[in-house]
Design a protein around this ligand. Structure first.
Ligand SMILES: Cc1ncc(COP(=O)(O)O)c(C=O)c1O
Length: 399
């Protein structure tokens, strides 16, 4: 299949708007307070690429660099840790609001909650976050990875003390397998996607991501006009969109969701617009491993269908270009090490601005010298050999 750029636009004026209170500023502040109780917590950097923006024909570009999150090279631990915190607080009959890292590791909690096994299916980043949290809180984690997952990512998860393996299943089948294991063994599944009947934990995971959006809000000097977000199942994109839509209301920046061609379940769902979720099946062999998910998160989609403006499906080379430009920005700008999934939305933005065949899209998306675009580099070089082959050797060149 030839890779291509595809766009679906929604008109925000004609849509019903749902309740965003779960992602309000107040709630996000509470989530950030929970995360800041972990000794390793610090705000991740917020980088302004003014010179690069000028070269691209934009007013400004801001990048939140999540490669510094908890020393884990990706944002995902925010979700897993908040969900696990909630599970344990609930077992203790406490509210998460007053439950901190110290409470989580206390003798009393250990006595009453016992040792818990958390299980998940993941391409790497989420599993590492769950494994890290379980180990930090002296519980257990079991992680199943989809076929083709990078060995380095497996080793990182094993390094956090989890039991982990690469299966022969694609991501969505690995999720079903993990669910079955949880039911049979009495483990708690901490999955970063929701489906009917499994919503509490995914919602906590999404609320956990609000810390990233909240920090960005505190670091922004002015309101962005655009936000570009990459999506796998769209838990992250849904959470960040909900936070900013709740914050800025009618002045909400234009929200653009970016996915790889080979795993564009949100794009397909947006395109069909028939009230159903649309899936991608089979092997999703995109370089954007974190985005190789074929089944949308129901909570994420419910937010995006009301607040998302543009849905884009894009080729792998867009992400590769994003990695190269972030690693080598215009003179005077700070470099960012960003992995395939981390650079996806920014890479798509650079293609729209630089590729003559996408000229019309600039107007459609209102991307010009007045645009101030916020992106989230959600991971660093989580697969170092992949990073080198793209950034050093020029793999996946622009077509
Ligand atoms: C680095 C990175 N960015 C973005 C995402 C997308 O998150 P979601 O699956 O919630 O859309 C993932 C998911 O694993 C990821 O690992």
């Amino acid at each position: 299949m030839k890779e291509e750029f595809k766009l679906v636009q929604y008109d925000r004026r004609n849509r019903q708007k749902g309740d965003l209170s779960r992602f309000s500023l107040e709630n996000a502040r509470r989530v950030q307070t929970f995360h800041s109780s972990f000794p390793i917590y610090s705000k991740t950097p917020f980088v302004t690429l003014s010179n690069t923006a000028k070269e691209l024909g934009l007013g400004n570009v801001y990048i939140k660099d999540e490669s510094f999150r908890f020393g884990l090279n990706a944002f995902k631990v925010l979700g897993g840790s908040f969900a696990i915190g909630n599970v344990i607080a609930q077992k203790m009959g406490k509210s998460i609001e007053n439950f901190t890292y110290r409470d989580l590791i206390s003798e009393e909690t250990r006595r009453n909650a016992g040792e818990i096994t958390f299980v998940t299916a993941t391409d790497g980043n989420h599993g590492r976050g769950v494994a890290w949290t379980a180990s930090a809180l002296k519980h257990k984690a079991v992680v199943y990875m989809p076929k083709g997952s990078a060995k380095e990512r497996l080793e990182n998860i094993l390094g956090e003390g989890a039991e982990a393996s690469i299966t022969e299943l694609n991501y969505d089948d690995a999720v079903r397998f993990a669910h079955k294991q949880a039911e049979e063994n009495g483990w708690i599944m901490v999955q970063d996607t929701a489906w009917e009947g499994y919503e509490d934990i995914p919602l906590w995971i999404m609320q956990g991501y609000a810390t990233m959006a909240y920090e960005a809000y505190t670091q922004l000097a002015e309101r962005p006009t655009h936000i570009f977000l990459q999506a796998g199942v769209a838990s992250m994109a849904g959470a960040v969109t909900a936070f900013f839509a709740s914050l800025y209301k009618e002045e909400c920046p234009i929200i653009t969701i970016v996915e790889p061609n080979k795993a564009d379940c949100i794009f397909r769902t947006a395109e069909a617009m028939d009230g159903k979720l649309h899936y991608v099946t089979g092997e999703m062999d995109t370089i954007m491993a974190g985005l190789a998910c074929g089944e949308p998160c129901s909570i994420g989609w419910d937010i995006l269908k009301e607040y998302g403006d543009n849905f884009i499906s894009c080729p792998d080379y867009a992400a590769a270009q994003g990695m190269r430009i972030l690693g080598n920005p215009a003179k005077g700008d700070e470099r960012i090490i960003s992995g395939e999934s981390g650079a996806a939305a920014f890479g798509c933005l650079t293609e729209i601005m630089r590729n003559p065949s996408l000229r019309e899209w600039k107007e459609k998306l209102m991307l010009d010298e007045n645009a101030r675009v916020l992106c989230f580099s959600t991971e660093g070089d989580t697969d170092q050999s992949g990073y080198q082959s793209i950034v050093w050797d020029g793999a996946f060149p622009e077509k």
